[in-house]
Design a protein around this ligand. Structure first.
Ligand code: G3H
Ligand code: 13P
Ligand code: ZN
Length: 311
């Protein structure tokens, strides 16, 4: 089994009323935790790498870790560039063996977004790689770009058809109220995704896979654990999981989750080191951290994505 594109995964997900999880990877323990969960649950999987992850871990190391996961799990796994910021970044990932790239020109004017997305699509499709594009702007932090809630904007359903036709992109990330990072919404508020926008988009793009970024739920128990063991995270509220499950049963075929893995891993390391102050072998604290990632991903596969048994 080699790395796959998301084409067949999305067709099955769309028709089956579930979504595939796209989890961010930065090191070996994260790759192992995610892929062990998917293997146990026989779930299709997208492993995604941000520009920051490539700068941290190096393209080749990440590529080889993901190739190792394909051999170990025998699952259909797509390797995806998350938030590609330029044609050059996308090209480098396509040339370097990724099977899917995102070109995120969502902060640019409509015509500019179309032009750069079209350029990436032409290069990618000639090489058998699929492309995710974005319309609308999410709030929150991605890489070192911070978008305030006031500057975020929902996707306009009247734009999506023209955008997809003119760019030829294979999937579309839309803004319906999700947000990047752990500090999505004010404590005490109840986030509500705009299902009316999703329905409108679905009507205008029948059978077309939609992507949701910023879909961590920020479980309070992990924030509490981090704070209990020496952390100092202020109040954080994420996207309710029941709303994500509903989106997954609609046209949403890919759901991006990173912050929840960070919370699980950090809570585990903090707890372990606080409880074992004399330990200093990294394997001792990274083993439960890897397990914490696995538990979180298993929970998402079963309770949010609904893709267990669908590999
Ligand atoms: O949406 C962004 C992802 O959470 C990746 O974050 O750019 O800090 O690696 P990063
Ligand atoms: P979260 O920060 O909500 O995990 O979103 C991750 C994401 O959208 C990666 O592209
Ligand atoms: Zn994102």
């Amino acid at each position: 089994m080699a790395l796959v594109t998301t084409k067949e995964m999305f067709e099955k997900a769309y028709n089956g009323g579930y979504a595939v999880g796209a989890f961010n990877v930065n090191n070996m323990e994260i790759v192992q935790g995610i892929t062990e969960a998917a293997k146990d649950l026989n779930a299709p999987l997208i492993l995604q790498v941000s520009k920051g992850a490539r700068a941290y871990a190096n393209h080749t190391y990440l590529m080889k870790l993901v190739e190792a996961a394909v051999i170990e799990t025998e699952l259909p796994i797509a390797l995806h560039l998350d938030h590609g910021d330029s044609f050059e970044t996308c090209k480098s990932c396509i040339d370097g063996g990724f099977t899917s790239v995102m070109i995120d020109a969502s902060s640019k004017p409509f015509e500019e977004n179309i032009a750069i997305t079209r350029q990436v699509v032409e290069y990618a499709h000639d090489r058998g790689v699929v492309v995710e594009a974005e319309l609308g702007t999410l709030a929150g932090i991605e890489d070192d770009v911070q978008v305030s809630a006031e500057d975020s904007s929902y996707t306009k359903p009247e734009d999506v058809q023209e955008f997809v036709e003119r760019t030829g992109c294979d999937s579309l990330a839309i803004a319906i109220g999700t947000s990047h990072g752990a500090y999505k919404f004010k404590p005490g508020t109840k986030p509500q995704l705009r299902f009316d926008i999703l329905e409108e988009v679905e009507k205008r793009l029948p059978d077309f896979p939609i992507v949701l970024h910023g879909s961590s739920s920020v479980p309070q128990e992990f924030v509490n654990l981090i704070n209990k063991y020496g952390g100092n995270m202020p109040g954080a509220v994420g996207v309710p999981e029941d709303q994500l499950r509903k989106a997954a049963s609609m046209a949403v075929c890919k759901i991006n989750i990173d912050s929840d893995l960070r919370l699980a891993m950090t809570a585990s390391v903090r707890q372990y080191l606080a409880e074992h102050p004399d330990h200093f072998d990294p394997r001792q604290y990274l083993k439960p951290a890897r397990q914490a990632i696995k538990d979180m991903v298993s929970h998402k596969i079963v309770n949010v994505l609904g893709c267990n048994g669908k590999a």
